[in-house]
Design a protein around this ligand. Structure first.
Ligand SMILES: *Cc1c(COP(=O)(O)O)cnc(C)c1O
Length: 468
C-alpha cells in the first residue's frame, strides 16, 4: 500500500504535462480550476488507498496512477463546462409540465427578451421626460387592457402575489377562507402556511364540501379585512358540493365597504378555453367585471408566459401593494417583463395570433392535427430498419401545472415496444439522448404524445430512435 502512496504523482507533474496544456486550451478554462480538480482527485485517491477500500488492481494493467487521475480530471472538467439547464423535448403530452419548466414562450416573446437582454432599456426611465420611471408601469397598461382592471402589478410568481397581498392588506387582521379552499399546490404552497407567514389571521368557514354565502356573512367582524377565494386548481370535489360564486361574495361589501374580496385564481386564464369546449376555468376579465377587488394569477400557467405573479384590480389596493417594502423584494426582472409584454399583446390580437402562444396552441390542438403528426412520424420510422413495434392508440393528454385536473384532452399517441429492451430502458435511452426526450411508460410500452412536440422536434425524436 505504501508503495502505491509513494507513487502518487505530485500536482506539478500534471501542471507541466502536455495534457494539461491541451485541456486548458480546448476548454478555454481557467488553469486554476483544473489544478483544483487534480488536487481533489489526488486527495481522494490517497484517502481511498489509506482506508484500504481501493485496490490498485482495479487499475487496468497498462494504466499508471497518473493516467488514472487524469481521466477523472478530464471528466470533471468536461462537466464544469457543460450546461446544467438544458432544453428537453416533452413527449408526455402534458402541456404545463412543472418539472419541465411549465410554459414555453412564443417566438415574439423570445425575440423581445433577446432584444431587451442585448441592449439597455427604459426599464425605469421615462424617455419623453428624461426622468426616473417605475418598472411597475412598463406593462401595467397592457394588463389593464387584457383584464379590464383599474390597475395592475407584476411580482416574481403567484405565490409571491398571494403573500404580498395578504401581508400588505391583511396583516394582523382577519381573512375569511372557505374550508374547501385551503389548498396545497405542488407540495410547497399551502394557503394556511402562507397566511401564517403573512401574519394574517385565518378564519375558516363552511365545510370541506359546502360553503354558503351566510357562512361568510356570519364570520364577518370589525377585524375582518378580506375574503379570500382560492381557486381549487389541482383537484375537483364532486358530489354534494357548494361554493359561493364571486358575484355573490362581492355583495357582502354592501354592508362593509372596506371589505376586500380577493381571488387567488392560480392559473388565471386570459383566453376563454371553456368556449372552445375545454374545461371551465374562469377568465380573469369576467371576475373583474363581477366586481372582485383583486385577482392574482401565474404568468407561466394557462397564460403561457414567463414565470410571474400578476395582480390586477382596484387602483387603491394596487397602489398600496406597489408602495409596500415587499414589492421591492419580490420584483421581477426586465426579461420577465419583456416576455410577458409580448405574450399579453398576443391576447389583444386576432385568434390566429393568440394561437402563436405555444400553451394555447397545444391545448387547442385537435385530435386530427395530432394524428397527422403521428402518421408522418410513423411513416418516417418504417423506412428505417429499427427493432421496434409501433401502434397508434387513442389516449388523453393532461394540461398539467395543477391546472384543470379533470380535463382530458383527446389525443393519439405512438406506443412503441422494442424487440428485446424493456420500455424503461428505451425511455432511459431517450432521456439521455441529446436533446433529451421525455416520454411516458405504460404497460411496458413507451408512449409518445405529439401534442407537445412541434415540427422541428419531430425530426429530433426520430433521430433519437435511430440512435437507439
Ligand atoms: C399555481 C398556484 C399558485 C402558485 O403559483 P406560482 O406562480 O406557481 O407561484 C397559487 N395559488 C393557486 C390557486 C395556484 O393554482
Amino acid at each position: 500500500m505504501n508503495q502505491w502512496l509513494r507513487q502518487l504523482p505530485p500536482v506539478h507533474e500534471f501542471q507541466k504535462s502536455e495534457q494539461f496544456k491541451r485541456l486548458v486550451k480546448n476548454f478555454q478554462i481557467d488553469p486554476s480550476q483544473v489544478t483544483k480538480q487534480i488536487q481533489q482527485e489526488i486527495a481522494q485517491l490517497r484517502s481511498m488507498l489509506l482506508k484500504g477500500c481501493y485496490s490498485p488492481k482495479e487499475l487496468s494493467k497498462n494504466e499508471s496512477l497518473f493516467d488514472y487521475i487524469w481521466t477523472q480530471v478530464e471528466q470533471k472538467v468536461t462537466a464544469i463546462k457543460q450546461d446544467h439547464l438544458i432544453p428537453v423535448i416533452n413527449a408526455t403530452g402534458t402541456v404545463l409540465h412543472t418539472n419541465l419548466g411549465r410554459a414555453r414562450l412564443s417566438e415574439d416573446a423570445i425575440q423581445h427578451m433577446v432584444e431587451v437582454a442585448r441592449n439597455y432599456s427604459n426599464l425605469e426611465y421615462k424617455i419623453s421626460q428624461g426622468e426616473r420611471g417605475s418598472r411597475h408601469e412598463v406593462i401595467e397598461q397592457q394588463l389593464i387592457n387584457v383584464t379590464g382592471a383599474e390597475a395592475a402589478m407584476v411580482v416574481n410568481n403567484n405565490a409571491a402575489a398571494v403573500f404580498l397581498t395578504l401581508r400588505a392588506l391583511a396583516k394582523h387582521k382577519q381573512v375569511i377562507v372557505s374550508r374547501g379552499q385551503l389548498v396545497e399546490i405542488g407540495g410547497s404552497f399551502r394557503i394556511s402556511s402562507i397566511m401564517e407567514e403573512s401574519d394574517a389571521e385565518l378564519v375558516e368557514v363552511g365545510t370541506t364540501n359546502k360553503t354558503h354565502l351566510y357562512d361568510y356573512q356570519q364570520a364577518i367582524t370589525d377585524d375582518t379585512s378580506m375574503i379570500l377565494k382560492v381557486h381549487t386548481s389541482n383537484f375537483k370535489t364532486i358530489g354534494f358540493t357548494e361554493t359561493v360564486a364571486s358575484e355573490e361574495l362581492v355583495t357582502l361589501k354592501q354592508d362593509k365597504e372596506q371589505l376586500i374580496v380577493y381571488e387567488d385564481l392560480g392559473s388565471g386564464s386570459l383566453y376563454d378555453f371553456h368556449q372552445q369546449g375545454v374545461g371551465d376555468e374562469p377568465v380573469v376579465r369576467d371576475l373583474i367585471a363581477a366586481g372582485v377587488d383583486l385577482v392574482s394569477f401565474s404568468g407561466d400557467k394557462l397564460l403561457g408566459g414567463p414565470q410571474a405573479g400578476i395582480i390586477v384590480g382596484k387602483k387603491k389596493y394596487i397602489d398600496q401593494l406597489k408602495k409596500h417594502q415587499l414589492a421591492r423584494v419580490l420584483r421581477v426582472d426586465k426579461l420577465t417583463l419583456a416576455g410577458l409584454e409580448k405574450t399579453l399583446q398576443a391576447y389583444l390580437s386576432n385568434q390566429e395570433t393568440i394561437k402563436q402562444i405555444p400553451t394555447v396552441r397545444d391545448i387547442l390542438k385537435t385530435k386530427q392535427e395530432i394524428l397527422q403528426q403521428v402518421n408522418s412520424f410513423v411513416n418516417s420510422f418504417e423506412r428505417s430498419t429499427v427493432p421496434f413495434q409501433l401502434e397508434v392508440i387513442e389516449q388523453q393528454s393532461q394540461i398539467g401545472g395543477g391546472t384543470m385536473p379533470a380535463v382530458e384532452l383527446p389525443t393519439y399517441v405512438v406506443a412503441l415496444s422494442h424487440h428485446y429492451d424493456s420500455a424503461e430502458i428505451v425511455a432511459t435511452k431517450l432521456r439521455t439522448n441529446q436533446p433529451a426526450v421525455i416520454s411516458r411508460v405504460k404497460d411496458n410500452r413507451v408512449l409518445l404524445d405529439f401534442r407537445t412536440i412541434d415540427q422541428q422536434e419531430m425530426k429530433e425524436v426520430a433521430e433519437a430512435f435511430k440512435r437507439i
